[in-house]
Design a protein around this ligand. Structure first.
Ligand code: ADP
Ligand code: MG
Length: 356
């Protein structure tokens, strides 16, 4: 049966699609529940994404499948770090997608290490490289992922191989229907949302690079880079770290008048949760007060000379991923050539361990 929101309520041991024996739940998102199952034909583990029973979501599911097939078919040797989709079937009104089974998502890995503890720089580097390979592949296939964040990045059981998943909100720019992106200020999960999306500036592949900049910072520090309870407060957080958004940039945005006054000053709209009141005040944000270098240095101590060089390269890469102007943001192919990946390897702790 289904619950009231249309999620399928699975039972352990039941067989889906005449072939997949359900073991346990792997995750639950906005659009689906995902279960681990045994493929009784191949005796291999799979992950089955069971879409909510809802016509709009089902239609979205077919787009997701088309995009997955495109990404998989142009990567026959499985070297581009996008999750492998096997097949789909319908079960009691639910669209079900069968995937190769992977171990954990990066959010779960961070949680395991505890609050505000990230992974080592060496592990961050290994993951970052694989993520940019995936991004370059998606770029080549004209796909914007549009929901990159730790929850949608999976690693295998021994933590060495990473794959991007959840193409549920991805956009195919070579599809005539979606060639022109439309202004949608809620595209991408809020903390990972690029400023052009918030401002209503036509966006492109660069939204994914922004999300990955946020994600890599979070992997290394264990802390979310930008937080805010609204798009307006996201802009405030972004400017506190990255400096002010110039008039030249915000004037290109259809939604900028919601955030900047006629004089070009940022209008911070703050909600008092307890009193339920909203206040608007203009703020002059010129110099960043919480820049990335300071925040990364605060969590890195006792580094060797080689590690310091590595950290500086990491900071430089993040700086290029988080350019406020989307045209200035680094492209995935260039990111792969960044010194963070090519400079001499640092030699310290094992990739499984948390950084303390
Ligand atoms: P949604 O669109 O509902 O967010 P996702 O595709 O992101 O769906 O899947 C939800 C969660 O299920 C993921 O965050 C992850 O934890 C888990 N999951 C998805 N695919 C797999 C997979 N192939 N192997 C292991 N876990 C998976
Ligand atoms: Mg998801």
């Amino acid at each position: 049966g289904d619950d009231k929101d249309g999620y399928y309520k699975h039972r352990v041991g039941e067989v889906l699609g005449g072939r997949y024996q359900v073991q346990h739940a792997l995750g639950k998102g906005m659009f689906s529940g995902v279960v681990r199952a045994m493929d009784v034909e191949t005796k291999k583990l799979v992950a089955i994404k069971i879409m909510r029973n809802n016509d709009a979501l089902k239609k979205g599911g077919f787009t997701e499948i088309a995009i997955l097939e495109k990404l998989n078919e142009s990567d026959p040797d499985d070297r581009r770090h996008v999750v492998k989709f096997e097949r789909s079937f319908e079960f009691r009104g639910h669209l079900c997608m069968v995937f190769e089974h992977l171990g954990y998502n990066l959010r779960e890995i961070l949680k395991k290490y505890g609050l505000n503890v990230g992974i080592t720089l060496k592990a961050t580097k290994a993951y970052a490289y694989q993520i940019f390979v995936a991004l370059a592949h998606m770029r080549k296939c004209n796909i914007i992922h549009a929901d990159l964040k730790p929850d949608n990045i999976l690693v295998n059981e021994n933590h060495t191989i990473l794959k991007i998943c959840d193409l549920g909100t991805a956009i195919d720019r070579s599809d005539a229907a979606t060639a022109q992106t439309t202004i949608t200020p809620y595209l991408v999960s809020r903390f990972y949302r690029a400023p052009e999306v918030i401002l209503g500036i036509p966006y492109d592949y660069g939204v994914d690079v922004w999300s990955i900049g946020c994600t890599l910072f979070e992997l290394y520090t264990g802390k979310i880079l930008f937080t805010g309870d609204s798009n307006n407060q996201m802009l405030k957080a972004i400017m506190e770290v990255r400096g002010r958004i110039t008039p030249k940039l915000y004037k290109r945005g259809q939604l900028s008048p919601q955030h900047f006054d006629e004089k070009g000053q940022f209008v911070s709209i703050e909600r008092d949760k307890i009193l339920g009141k909203t206040t608007a005040r203009t703020l002059q944000i010129i110099k960043p007060t919480r820049d990335i270098r300071t925040r990364l240095a605060a969590v890195s101590s006792g580094l060797s000379e080689a590690e310091t060089r590595d950290l500086n390269n990491f900071i430089d890469l993040l700086d290029h991923c988080l350019a406020l102007n989307p045209e200035k943001r680094i492209k995935p192919l260039d990111a792969l050539k960044h010194p963070f990946f090519s400079a001499a390897k640092s030699s310290h702790s094992h990739s499984h361990s948390a950084r303390r």
